[in-house]
Design a protein around this ligand. Structure first.
Ligand SMILES: N[C@@H](CCC(=O)N[C@@H](CS)C(=O)NCC(=O)O)C(=O)O
Length: 223
């Protein structure tokens, strides 16, 4: 455990915040979660913009350093606390790290665009009384299906995306997939692919992620 807790700013319901929380829990790093009331626009306030200039969550502080971008924060946590918690999370040699990076990039560049759109359209828009865009939903489902074909093939060769161990590559997929598999018809895109379905059951059952989901459930605004 670290002496001074690191600080994470933002609500656990945010996919990007939950990525960072899952990483901190895997690495057993003590943290303080600081609420940012997005409904009240606190993420656009002048003080908050000093630590996250794009006005988004999460922001992250460790002693004197401040970071934003959830995947960069996860890389930092994994490197700084390399010898504690899950020591395989970011690999232990150049090839492992490159393989993990390859799949983090795939997540960010190929998986996140269609899956993030679907999370917003199917999980958040109805709760926010925002009209859904049926054309965009259809297009995103088609794009995501193609990405998941690649994943299914990869996961037929190895237990996890980057090899035999659960790593940041897998962890990065937890937030969007969680929303899509729990409560939307996109679940079928994941579960109809045997290897993707097996992988999802395995990664979503990790204690770290179950704790994040608990935090999300208890912070969900009551209607
Ligand atoms: N690439 C960023 C994305 C951050 C992001 O989009 N955060 C969303 C919540 S999940 C947000 O702050 N949205 C409010 C806004 O953009 O104004 C990361 O991974 O940290």
């Amino acid at each position: 455990m670290t002496a001074t807790p690191v600080k994470v700013y933002g609500p656990p319901l945010s996919t990007a915040v939950s990525r960072v929380l899952a990483c901190l829990l895997e690495k057993q790093v003590q943290y303080e979660l600081i609420n940012v009331n997005m409904a009240k626009g606190e993420h656009k306030s002048p003080d908050y913009l000093k630590i996250q200039p794009f006005g988004q969550v999460p922001a992250f502080q460790d002693d004197h350093i401040t970071l934003f971008e959830s995947r960069a924060i996860c890389r930092y946590i994994s490197e700084k606390y390399a010898s504690q918690g899950n020591i395989k999370l970011y690999g232990i040699n150049p090839l492992e790290k490159a393989s993990i990076e390859q799949w983090i990039e795939a997540e960010s560049q190929s998986f996140n665009p269609p899956s993030g759109t679907l999370v917003f359209q199917l999980a958040f828009a109805p709760r926010m009384n925002i009209k859904q865009d049926e054309g965009l939903i259809k297009q995103s489902k088609e794009k995501l299906a193609k990405v998941l074909d690649v994943y299914d093939s990869r996961l037929g060769e190895s237990r996890y995306l980057a090899g035999d161990d659960f790593t940041l590559a897998d962890l990065s997929h937890l937030p969007n997939t969680h929303y899509l598999v729990n409560g939307t018809d996109v679940k079928e895109l994941f579960m109809s692919r045997d290897n993707v379905g097996r992988w999802w059951e395995e990664i979503s059952g990790r204690e770290s992620w179950k704790k994040v989901v608990e935090m999300q459930s208890s912070s969900f605004p009551k209607s």
